[in-house]
Design a protein around this ligand. Structure first.
Ligand SMILES: Nc1ncnc2c1ncn2[C@@H]1O[C@H](COP(=O)(O)OP(=O)(O)OP(=O)(O)O)[C@@H](O)[C@H]1O
Ligand SMILES: [Mg+2]
Length: 379
C-alpha cells in the first residue's frame, strides 16, 4: 500500500510477485476484493496442482474427458438412461460436447451393435431434409431415379441423432411427430406404412422452450423429444475440466513432446470465458503446440483473447500520457485505464466497481459504453 502510486514502484512490486497494489487512502471494499481475489488464486493454484497428479484413466468417462461435479452428473444420467428407449434432448452451448454425449449413450445402450446415425438439421433445405429422413420411392419426384432408404429406416434398432433439431421446418416437424407417436412412417411417393424401431437423441444450442413460445417449434413435438433432458454445462462453469482437458489435448496433440502448461498459462486458461467451449480449447492448445519452442506452454503461446494485458503491461503502456495530448484526451485515457483496473480488481462486479468509483450503476454503465469496455471480459 502506498500513498505515492508512482509507476516505477508499482511495476517493481508487481514484477517481484505482488498480486496487486492499493493506494492510500485505503478503501476497505477494495481491500476485501483484493483479498478475495488472492484467496481465489490460491485455490486455483491448489486445484491445478491436484488435478495434475490424476491419471488419464481417472479423468474420462468413455470419450468424455472431465472430472467436474457438473460432468459427473451428466455421466450418472447417461448411466441411468442408456438402456432405456426414451427420447433424449441434449441442450448446451456450441462446442460443449453434445454429440460426444449422444454417442456415449448409444455405445452404452443395447443398441450399440446397430447404427448410430447423425443428421445435422441446420444446413438442409426442407425438401432435402424430408427425403433424407423418410427416403423416397423411384419416381417420387424428378430426381428420384431409384428408391432411397431414409435415415429413419436406416436407424432401425439403432439410434438416430438429430443435431440442431430446432432448425427443422414446421411441416417436417409435423411428420416427425407422427413417426414418434405411431412408430410408422412412409417413404415419399409411397403410401405403405413402414416401421422403424429407433431411439431418438436430439441436440440444440438454443433455448427450445423459448422457440416453442414463439411458435417456431411445436410444443407437442417438444414433449416427445424431451422425455429425458440432459444439459451439458458450458466450459467456463467447470474449471476442473479446463485443466484436465487442456492437459489431455496437450498430450494428444503434441504426442508427448510438450510436457507441461505453466502455472501462469493455466491460470489464464481457467479465467477465460470460452464462448466456443471445448472445441475452442482444443484449437487454442493446438495453436500453442505449434507455436511453442521451449517444451512448456507459457502465456506467450496463448492468443490475445485468452491473455489479457498483465497489470504491468497495462500500467506501462496504456496509461502513459503524452505531452502532445489535449487535456481531454489525457483525461479520457486515464479514466479508461482507471475503469479497467477497477473491473479487474472486482472481477467485473459492476455493483462493487461502481460503489468504489462513487458512481451509480447507470452512470458506470454509461462510462463503460463510452470506452467500449465489456465487463464480461473481466469475469
Ligand atoms: N468432454 C470432452 N472430452 C473430450 N473432448 C471433448 C469433450 N467435449 C467436447 N469435446 C471435443 O470438442 C469438440 C466439440 O464437441 P461436440 O461436437 O460434441 O460439441 P457440440 O456440443 O455437438 O457442438 P455444436 O453445438 O457446435 O455442434 C469435438 O472435437 C469433441 O471431440
Ligand atoms: Mg454438434
Amino acid at each position: 500500500m502506498t500513498a505515492f502510486g508512482s509507476i516505477e514502484t508499482v511495476v517493481d512490486a508487481l514484477k517481484s510477485g505482488a498480486l496487486d497494489y492499493l493506494s492510500k487512502p485505503l478503501n476497505i471494499e477494495h481491500l476485501k476484493l483484493v483479498v478475495e481475489r488472492a484467496l481465489k488464486e490460491h485455490r486455483e493454484k491448489h486445484l491445478i496442482e491436484n488435478l495434475r497428479t490424476l491419471t488419464a484413466h481417472n479423468q474420462a468417462y468413455g470419450k468424455l474427458v472431465g472430472v467436474s461435479p457438473a460432468m459427473q452428473k451428466v455421466y450418472q444420467l447417461i448411466e441411468k438412461i442408456a438402456d432405456k428407449d426414451s427420447a433424449v434432448l441434449i441442450e448446451g452451448e456450441t462446442g460443449t460436447g453434445k454429440e460426444l454425449v449422444a454417442r456415449e449413450i448409444h455405445l452404452r445402450s443395447p443398441r450399440n451393435g446397430n447404427r448410430f446415425i447423425a443428421l445435422s438439421c441446420v444446413t438442409l433445405p426442407e425438401t432435402l431434409l424430408e427425403s433424407e429422413l423418410f427416403g423416397y420411392e423411384a419416381g417420387a419426384f424428378t430426381d428420384a431415379k431409384k428408391r432411397k432408404q431414409g435415415l429413419i429406416e436406416a436407424a432401425d434398432h439403432g439410434t438416430l441423432f438429430l443435431d440442431e433439431i430446432i432448425e427443422i421446418p414446421l411441416p417436417v416437424q409435423a411428420k416427425l411427430l407422427r413417426v414418434l407417436e405411431t412408430g410408422e412412417f412412409t417413404r415419399i411417393g409411397s403410401t405403405e406404412a413402414l416401421h422403424s424401431n429407433f431411439r431418438l437423441i436430439s441436440a440444440t444450442n438454443k433455448d427450445v422452450k423459448e422457440l416453442v413460445a414463439k411458435g417456431l417449434f411445436r410444443e407437442d413435438l417438444f414433449y416427445r423429444v424431451n422425455v429425458i433432458g440432459i444439459r451439458v454445462p458450458p466450459l467456463r462453469e467447470r474449471m476442473e475440466d479446463i485443466i484436465v482437458l487442456a492437459n489431455h489435448f496437450l498430450q494428444q496433440l503434441s504426442q508427448g513432446k510438450i510436457k507441461d502448461i505453466s502455472m501462469e498459462a493455466m491460470l489464464l486458461l481457467t479465467r477465460y470465458r470460452w464462448p466456443g467451449n471445448v472445441r475452442e480449447l482444443e484449437h487454442i492448445i493446438e495453436r500453442a503446440v505449434s507455436l511453442d519452442t521451449d517444451g512448456v506452454i507459457t502465456p506467450a503461446d496463448l492468443p490475445d483473447e485468452v491473455r489479457p494485458k498483465t497489470q504491468v503491461e497495462r500500467i506501462t503502456t496504456e496509461s502513459v500520457i503524452s505531452p502532445s495530448e489535449t487535456l481531454d484526451e489525457a483525461r479520457d485515457k486515464a479514466e479508461k485505464a482507471y475503469l479497467e483496473t477497477l473491473l479487474k480488481s472486482t472481477s467485473g462486479n459492476i455493483s462493487a466497481a461502481s460503489e468504489i468509483a462513487g458512481l451509480s450503476r447507470a452512470q458506470f454503465h454509461l462510462k463503460l459504453r463510452k470506452y467500449k469496455i465489456d465487463p464480461d471480459d473481466y469475469r
